[in-house]
Design a protein around this ligand. Structure first.
Ligand code: F6R
Length: 261
């Protein structure tokens, strides 16, 4: 795992977007794993700007999102399909047919998980998976005690996730209590992983995921098992890391940030 700490949120976001754009530019038929949530909005704004400036081309890119709420129509403003169309897909030169999310309205939940796994496999796997982390340490919606070998399936959300995300729903109680999510095993199957963590509220869980024991109680800690993961944090989110000096020293000695590519 490589850890990069940037002084501000903006710089952490810019670097994350740059890592993604550079990877796509190296391999145009790119399979990009995507996340939603508040943290990612700024990353998508950066990617949109880079696409409009012709610095990155999405015309051959295929995307696979991590998760989708069960029971929400794609047109529902709280669905992750709606979020992705709004913040990214409608603003870049991607072919909408190449964008994939689990179908929140699928009647057979087991079949939907298998269908999504098959779609990822048929595309040849994910080249780079973008991740955020939840207040309870989840990646995707892999809540505490999720199998670290799990695949795409439906998952019951925790009260912590409900508290984190129900603020976006009107009324808050209308937030679904289950979601489809790639499993930790699916995520670990990606060739590369870039995780972005910003803000003081995430400092405690960031330290657990990066420096704590690998445990299903903090599914983000499973990234320690992945051979090519970069975690980008702003200063506020990095506050509780004990090896901060080491991470900063490594980054300062790598002005071209070669190890992170
Ligand atoms: C969203 C997802 C989640 C979020 C996490 C952080 O697709 O998979 O794991 O990345 O809940 O969300 P924010 O950025 O809203 O704090």
């Amino acid at each position: 795992m490589e850890v990069i700490i940037r002084p501000t949120t903006k710089e952490a976001v810019n670097l994350t977007a740059k890592l993604i754009a550079e990877a796509i530019n190296q391999k145009p038929f790119f399979k990009l794993g995507l996340a939603t949530g508040a943290t990612m909005e700024a990353v998508y704004a950066d990617l949109v700007a880079m696409n409009q400036a012709k610095e990155v081309d999405f015309s051959l890119v295929h995307t696979f999102n991590l998760d989708e709420y069960i029971g929400l129509d794609p047109e529902d403003p709280n669905s992750y399909r709606y979020y992705m169309n709004k913040h990214l897909f409608s603003k870049i030169n991607i072919d909408m047919r190449n964008t994939n999310l689990p179908n929140g309205l699928a009647e057979d939940e087991i079949a939907e998980g298998l269908r999504y796994e098959s779609a990822i496999a048929a595309a040849g796997g994910i080249d780079l998976q973008l991740l955020g982390i939840g207040n309870d340490g989840h990646i995707g919606f892999n809540e505490p005690i999720s199998s670290l070998a799990g695949r795409t399936r439906s998952k019951a959300l925790t009260p912590a996730t409900y508290a984190q995300n129900s603020v976006y729903f009107t009324p808050p109680e209308s937030m679904p209590k289950r979601a489809f999510t790639m499993g930790v095993g699916t995520i670990l199957g990606a060739e590369r992983i870039v995780m972005l963590i910003t803000g003081a509220k995430k400092a405690e869980i960031a330290a657990k995921a990066i420096e704590g024991p690998v445990t299903s109680m903090v599914t983000g800690s499973a990234l320690q098992m992945h051979p090519r993961t970069v975690v980008v944090l702003d200063e506020a989110a990095a506050a509780n890391l004990t090896q901060k000096d080491y991470y900063n020293w490594v980054f300062a000695n790598e002005p071209e940030w070669k190890p992170y590519r």
